[in-house]
Design a protein around this ligand. Structure first.
Ligand code: SF4
Length: 348
């Protein structure tokens, strides 16, 4: 390829990156971070990530810029479509928001929202592009929309989801509700207290099974949600899927116990149990009573309806950091799906 073409191609790519970064900075300079002042559109995202954003600001990752650009584009396209339709009046596409939570804490910033009149009624429309439309609005989106409704004293809001793969559109009408205001208030107070104490909060997105949020998080290397405390990268681990039926552990307790002891005797393998049913404290007690030794117990977050999907997602991420020497489970399906990520597997 002639040198000139190559140069022109590089110039083009760099120009897009540079321009996007400038747009992102412009948007973010508007809400430079100060202790006690928090940004309404972030309130539903991982509380630990918000903590890092205040205490350790970082330039955006390429993924963040891509998400930002998609969001901007979709917001503009929806605003323009509504205006052209003649059926909905769009009064604002961006507004300053201020909501006092306590004497020291305020939610404030300029946010991209649509303030519209639909069938003669004022409403806030919050637009999200998504890769699959949920059956109800996500909690993080509700927190955001409810914050806007309270700050603007408007009763009605709409969560508008646009599926970027299929083009499907879904809208959910919501009413202003004080329960959400309290929930947003509690979150921002927790964030504020942690920032004041300079102590990171829990790894919320990880604990709640929002692994995709961790995958896109600029602070993944600081937070290390999928790393096992004190276990060096590349170490051997063994993963056992366990579940309870009528109060009895499946697979049969002695069987799994023997396998765990066997794994332990081989090259210090770290033993991880994945439980899909019970509360971690109940399971831990049960395992203690049965004298089953293990290094770490994971319990399925509620967000995952399917235990198979959860174990698979967890195993994928663990395999990026460790050598999964052995994986045992009672489900043939999960064993099959996990095969690319583990060295050996077995049905138990
Ligand atoms: S890596 Fe996950 S848990 Fe940690 S801060 Fe980021 S989103 Fe939160």
């Amino acid at each position: 390829m002639p040198m000139q073409n190559r140069d022109a191609e590089e110039v083009l790519k760099d120009a897009v990156r540079k321009g996007l970064l400038m747009m992102w900075q412009e948007e973010n300079e508007d809400h430079e971070r100060h202790e006690g002042e928090y940004y309404p559109s972030s309130i539903g995202s991982c509380i630990r990530k918000q903590y890092y954003e205040y205490t350790k600001p970082m330039p955006p990752s390429p993924e963040t810029l891509a998400i930002f650009a998609t969001g901007e584009g979709v917001h503009e396209a929806v605003a323009e479509s509504l205006k052209r339709s003649g059926e909905v009046i769009v009064n604002h596409t961006e507004l300053p928001i201020k909501l006092r939570i306590t004497e020291e804490i305020e939610l404030s910033g300029r946010v991209d929202i649509l303030l519209a009149e639909i069938l003669g009624k004022k409403a806030v429309v919050e637009v999200k592009s998504t890769s699959s439309i949920p059956s109800e609005p996500y909690e993080s989106h509700m927190l955001q929309l409810q914050t806007y409704l309270h700050a603007l004293a408007i009763d009605t809001g709409f969560m508008l989801y646009w599926d970027k793969r299929t083009g499907n559109i879904e809208s959910f009408m919501v009413k202003r509700d004080d329960i959400w205001l309290r929930r947003a208030g509690e979150r921002v107070v927790i964030l504020h207290e942690h920032i004041k104490k300079k102590a990171p909060p829990i790894k919320e997105a990880f604990e709640e099974g929002r692994y995709w949020e961790c995958d896109q998080c600029a602070y993944l290397d600081d937070c290390e949600p999928f790393s096992l405390l004190g276990v060096a990268k590349g170490s051997n681990i063994a993963v056992y899927g366990i579940e309870f039926q009528n109060g009895v552990i499946i697979p049969e307790i002695k069987n799994i116990s023997a396998k765990i002891i066997n794994s332990k005797s081989q090259d210090n393998t770290v033993i991880i149990l994945c439980d899909t049913d019970l509360q971690a404290s109940n399971v831990a007690l049960y395992l203690k009573n049965e004298n089953i030794k293990y290094d770490l117990l994971y319990t399925k977050p509620q967000r995952f309806r399917s235990g198979i999907a959860w174990k698979l997602e967890l195993i994928k991420r663990l395999s990026e950091r460790y050598r999964i020497r052995y994986f045992a489970d009672s489900s043939q399906k999960v064993l099959e799906l996990a095969r690319p990520f583990v060295i050996s597997s077995e049905a138990v």
